[in-house]
Design a protein around this ligand. Structure first.
Ligand code: PLP
Length: 507
């Protein structure tokens, strides 16, 4: 089976799904996530052959390894890549930035919404349109067209990145629910000032959890689904993980060039929530990118850090078991949905001794246990294996704020971190403090958002620092003057949301 064939993490039967199937379906119907059972291995020569590639050339070559040419031809794939990254504000797409001798930031926020999710969602929007277009062009006149109605809930970042990825795409509609008055003004402006007719924002009187519950119920509504083909763009979509692999390769080559030597070990530090960003790094490492360690940085919602330390994957946070609201809200999660993909590979390679189907039944058991009891203990030998690649730290709000201040005051150019990035950088400095000085290790710490998106926390950190003035990029400032399009839903009710969607679609 090639690395272009996909299967569900929870299936114990032979499966061989296409890339198109997994992208358009999102979640498998057994509740599992789609994975390529074989991760492609690059020949050693790739380090030399790819080192001068542009971001787009790397993206093309990586995507090619996971998508059959019969599904997307070379020229179509090149076109998809070019269009997806032409919306970024820098030709490098994801540049690296040195902040001290051992630490480089990988700036992932140069896309349209100033958050790392753009790297994946710009591509996903184009993919949806590409597949729908092909399906619809084969239809006879009068036959109903294939459509997708993307429905999602957001507490901030995902919503705007999804909207900017899907705006104006043919046969795609997008509905984003958010809790009224509970997202930042910039995030609301970003989402509600988009003029494209296929974009709809629903401000729901309720909490983020209410919004998420409604979305889940819509996904479970068979009749509604058959009619409107509800689609998801949350980070369980395989295309997002795939698209994120490019910047690990690109930053690795950029770093090597800046250092002009190959002796140092390279570690990646990734501010993590749903484990999508760092999972892309795992694929890159498995493909052959010489990465010493992948380091998970969590906020106080620390299920991943607790897992690596204890071997127990346990849903708990705070005394009431609710998610904690932190300074890095895009990482406020109870369970990291993409972690299931890593567990599948670990189960397959260690517990199931290479048997895909056995891995599926093992995973299914673990996930059932997690669902029923809120906790699952993973066998020792599996956890030990995970620790070869991964390490972790947990960073609280206080250290997040301190790190923003520290980097601003010590960097030569008054560099301002966003709070998510600061969780990663705080983790990086803890590792540097632990390092054996005999080793030469360079850290690439992922920068996942522009500070202007979380300016309240940034101001809190820097207001007392002399010379600091709050800044917001000009195009974000301009949003204030644009007309907002908001549909208010005055009650967190499934029926009201469904009716709003139906009436907007039939308009
Ligand atoms: C989504 C997000 C993260 C977390 O990424 P995961 O893939 O969920 O681990 C971190 N920082 C920012 C700014 C984000 O938007």
């Amino acid at each position: 089976m090639s690395s272009k064939a996909y299967r569900s993490t929870r299936s114990s039967e032979n499966q061989s799904l296409s890339f198109e199937d997994v992208v358009m379906t999102g979640l498998a119907n057994d509740g599992g996530l789609f994975v390529p059972s074989k991760i492609p291995k690059l020949p050693d020569t790739f380090l030399e052959e790819w080192k001068d590639f542009s971001f787009n050339e790397l993206a093309f070559n990586i995507l090619r390894l996971y998508i059959e040419e019969s599904e997307i031809s070379n020229s179509e794939l090149k076109d998809l890549v070019t269009r997806s990254y032409s919306t970024f504000r820098t030709p490098e797409v994801t540049p690296i930035k040195k902040i001290d001798d051992d630490v480089y930031l990988l700036e992932l926020f140069h896309g349209p919404t100033y958050a790392f999710k753009d790297v994946a969602l710009q591509f996903v929007g184009n993919l949806f349109e590409f597949f729908l277009n092909r399906r619809n062009s084969k239809k006879a006149a009068g036959e109903p067209k294939d459509i997708i109605t993307v429905v999602g809930a957001t507490s901030g970042d995902t919503g705007s990145a999804a909207i900017y990825g899907l705006r104006g795409k043919k046969d795609v509609s997008v509905f984003i629910l958010y809790p009224t008055g509970r997202i930042s003004p910039i995030q609301e402006e970003q989402m509600t000032t988009v003029e494209d007719a296929n974009v709809h924002t629903l401000s729901v009187k309720g909490t983020f959890d209410d919004c998420q519950d409604i979305v889940k119920q819509i996904f479970g509504d068979k009749e509604f689904n058959e009619k409107y083909h509800v689609g998801a763009v949350n980070s369980i979509n395989w295309a997002r993980i795939l698209a994120q692999q490019t910047y690990y390769f690109y930053s690795y080559f950029q770093l090597r060039k800046q250092l002009a030597r190959n002796s140092d070990k390279v570690r990646y530090v990734v501010p993590s929530g749903n484990f999508g960003d760092i999972l892309a790094g795992y694929y890159a490492k498995e493909m052959g990118l010489p990465v010493d360690k992948l380091i998970i940085a969590t906020n106080e919602n620390d299920i991943l850090d607790r897992f690596l330390k204890s071997g127990r994957y346990e849903k708990k946070s705070g005394d009431d078991g609710a998610v904690k609201a932190t300074h890095s809200p895009a990482m406020d999660i109870l369970i990291s949905s993409n972690f299931e993909r890593l567990l599948w590979y670990l189960a397959r390679d260690i517990a199931a001794k290479g048997d895909d189907n056995k891995a599926g039944s093992t995973l299914n058991d673990w996930m059932k246990q997690l669902k029923e009891t809120g906790s699952v203990t993973i066998p020792d030998e599996v956890v030990k294996h995970a620790r070869i690649t991964f390490d972790s730290e947990r960073v609280n709000n206080e250290d997040t704020v301190k790190t923003i201040r520290q980097v601003y005051t010590t960097s030569s150019d008054d560099y301002v971190l966003d709070p998510h990035t600061a969780v990663g950088v705080a983790t990086t400095y803890r590792f540097i403090a632990k390092d054996d000085k005999a080793d030469s290790i360079k850290y690439i710490s992922l920068s996942t958002a522009h500070p202007a998106k979380f300016s309240d926390v940034v101001s809190q950190a820097l207001d007392s620092v002399e010379g600091y003035t709050d800044f917001i990029p000009e195009d974000l400032k301009q949003l204030r003057n644009k007309e907002k399009r908001i549909k208010l839903i005055d009650e967190a009710s499934l029926e009201k949301v469904k009716n709003a969607i139906i009436s907007e679609l039939n308009f």
